[in-house]
Design a protein around this ligand. Structure first.
Ligand code: MMA
Ligand code: CA
Length: 272
């Protein structure tokens, strides 16, 4: 029986050294008689040291194994430290090279994405559809607008816009008129030809694509068009801003006058 690692009952009766040492022979009924030729101390000691010696031997073996493994580990990890240093340097080179290359391509991507956002902004409410306008053109509602700084007569302006792949602006909504009013405020004093004329039939206003002027979508300044002197067949904006009707800014004027122009073209749609 073993309790907490202490033997309370002897495994082998021959190991019962202590019970016999101080007892007279007669009280040990059934006990084997000791070999009287062997000295008491020699026989007792041999059997009493066997178990601790075994434990000691095992401990020594374990210790030896641990020393051997530590030695092997030590020599393995210290084997050719130069080799490890070279590897470490190569690894550091590679990581710093990757880092600087990544930094470079990140900067390039940032520049490219700002160019993309400038010329091809995302369409309102979309995360994939973009509308692209040429350099120096403004974008509004899927259309591109060019506000010229140079001036020319109405016919030349019409032809110039066509040569740019567009046309003199055709105003189709209140929102578009609002946008143009806002945009032209950036150049106060400038007046711009729009794509509206009654040169063919006096009083019949047509857009450059042949569409007749819609009654609901016209923004003449109060009192216009007046065909002053019977010579005014082309439209400009802004003539002047009526504080009561800030959107009403058109005037009919002589087509031979020189003004700036607003060209319009459709934005190119791309998907990302
Ligand atoms: C007046 C007015 C306009 C006309 C211009 C021409 C200043 O405004 O009659 O309708 O177009 O003159 O200069
Ligand atoms: Ca007029």
């Amino acid at each position: 029986m073993e309790m907490d690692g202490i033997y309370t009952v002897l495994q082998n009766p021959s190991e019962d050294v202590y019970s016999t040492v101080n007892q007279p022979q007669g009280r040990r009924a059934g006990a084997q008689q000791r070999d009287p030729t062997l000295p008491v101390s020699a026989a007792g000691k041999a059997s009493s040291y066997r178990q601790p010696a075994l434990v000691l031997l095992i401990l020594c073996c374990l210790l030896l194994a641990a020393i051997i493994s530590l030695a092997v580990y030590h020599f393995k990890t210290n084997e050719d430290p130069e080799k490890y240093n070279t590897l470490l340097n190569q690894l550091q080179d590679l990581s710093s090279k990757n880092h600087s290359e990544l930094k470079k391509s990140n900067t390039e991507l940032f520049v490219k994405s700002s160019i993309l956002d400038k010329y091809c902004p995302l369409k309102e409410g979309s995360s994939k559809e973009r509308g692209c306008c040429p350099v120096k053109w403004m974008q509004f509602n899927g259309k591109c607008y060019y506000f010229s700084t140079d001036t020319m007569d109405w016919n030349s302006s019409r032809d110039n816009c066509t040569s740019k792949g567009g046309h003199l602006v055709i105003i189709e909504s209140k929102a578009e008129q609002k946008f143009l009013t806002y945009a032209t405020k950036a150049h106060p004093g400038n007046r711009y030809w729009i794509g509206l004329t009654d040169a063919v039939t006096e009083g019949t206003w047509l857009w450059v694509d042949g569409t007749p002027l819609n009654d609901k979508t016209q923004y003449w300044v109060s009192g216009e068009p007046n065909d002053n002197n019977g010579k005014e067949d082309c439209a400009i904006l802004p003539f002047y801003a009526d504080p009561l009707h800030p959107l009403n800014s058109w005037n009919d004027i002589e087509c031979q006058n020189n003004y700036s122009r607003i060209c319009e073209t459709i934005a190119v749609i791309i998907y990302q």
